[in-house]
Design a protein around this ligand. Structure first.
Ligand code: GLU
Length: 377
């Protein structure tokens, strides 16, 4: 897929970073918000569906509450207070700008729990689809006021990738303060700009400058590329571009060589498998033998107890686990039918022995192939 096919994208997720819409000294950049709103409203009038992920609540709240001038960082409860104050103002700014173009907006605040629990995930997904069907632009942010560090998405780059997968978008556009990806820090003058990335792999992380961190938001270049990896691995293209340029979104959709374009992989995983592979965080590991690895990779088989060598971690039935080879390479991820304690008792055995050992069987497979996703390409 190339840039000249981007105009075909019908459903687009646009992520806007804090630095794009906030002044470094505090306060929202109304003219940038206005220009982004104009582009998005145009896209929607052009029969596209858009979901906007916007950061900027904490930065705005800090400015309002007088924290921006502080030299040292502020505490987590203070950041949450900033998010509460800033989120209201952020949405109000968007609402005012979109109103000028006759576009209705709705606020959606998500937590990681909402996406990891399948029922809540499907619920959030339904809400987004309902808003889209009502011609309302969902404006999504993390629900920072109730989040504690251990259960955060991390940053909105990650959240935007998960939302892209959740709504099965055709394109993710990450609007940032930089033009895109460089081979080394552009401020040194030596950095070469990368227009197109064929494959997001280890090599890319080593070759490119990932050191950039956001002055106002939470993410940086590494978190953007890591998030984009989930998206392109699921067969969806992505673009990182500088967000404060007029008409940026429309220019990207017209195929202009602007920003860094990340080509999608050819595969397109189904919704549930995507959720297993990228939204859930594996809670344990199953070390599997070569025969089992071959059966999963080459024949698309389920994981049986006989191929399991070792169980790492504690997990419950239905949890996501990683299947790794003896050298630690992750082969697959899936939802386990047995707890870690049960797998420890049946590992290495033929499925026919499960009942004898446990006294019952949930299924012949530890992970059924319908709930298993390969992580090696
Ligand atoms: N949710 C945060 C905010 O609205 C931003 C997180 C990020 O910068 O990625 O301020």
């Amino acid at each position: 897929m190339n840039r000249d096919e981007l105009h075909k994208s019908r459903r687009i997720v646009v992520k806007v970073g804090s630095g794009v819409i906030s002044h470094p000294s505090g306060g929202l950049r109304d003219e940038v918000i206005h220009s982004i709103a104009q582009d998005i409203a145009y896209c929607i009038q052009d029969s596209r569906e858009v979901v906007l992920i916007s950061s900027g609540a904490v930065a705005e709240g800090k400015a309002v509450l007088g924290f921006s001038r502080l030299k040292n960082g502020i505490s987590i409860p203070q950041q949450q207070a900033c998010a509460a104050v800033g989120q209201a103002r952020l949405i109000w700014s968007y609402e005012r700008c979109f109103d000028e173009f006759g576009q209705k907006v709705g606020q959606v605040l998500l937590t990681r729990d909402d996406l990891e629990n399948r029922r809540r995930y499907l619920n959030a997904r339904n809400t987004l689809f309902t808003l889209l069907s009502l011609n309302v632009l969902p404006i999504v942010n993390e629900n920072d006021t109730v989040m504690v560090e251990e259960i955060k998405f991390g940053d909105n780059d990650n959240l935007s990738a998960l939302v892209t997968l959740m709504v099965e978008a055709d394109l993710l556009v990450v609007l940032s303060t930089v033009e895109g990806l460089y081979t080394c820090d552009p401020s040194t003058g030596d950095g070469e700009f990368i227009q197109e990335v064929d494959c997001v792999d280890q090599c890319l992380f080593e070759q490119c400058d990932m050191s950039g961190i956001s002055a106002l938001g939470r993410g940086g270049m590494r978190s953007k590329v890591e998030a984009i990896q989930k998206v392109v691995d699921s067969g969806i293209p992505a673009v990182i571009a500088k967000g404060d340029q007029e008409g940026i979104l429309l220019r990207i959709l017209e195929g202009e060589p602007i920003g860094t374009f990340f080509k999608p992989r050819e595969v397109r995983l189904g919704g549930k498998k995507r959720w297993i592979a990228y939204t859930l965080q594996p809670v344990g590991k199953l070390v599997i033998d070569q025969g089992a690895a071959k059966a999963l990779v080459e024949s698309g088989k389920s994981l049986l107890p006989s191929g399991i060598l070792e169980v790492v971690g504690t997990f419950e039935m239905g949890d996501a686990v990683s299947c790794v080879s003896e050298d630690g390479t992750e082969i697959a991820r899936g939802l386990t039918n047995y707890t870690s304690e049960e797998v420890n008792r049946i590992k290495g055995l033929h499925s026919g022995k499960i009942k004898e050992v446990l006294g019952y069987t949930h299924s012949q497979e530890v992970i059924h192939r319908d709930n298993l996703v390969l992580m090696v390409h």
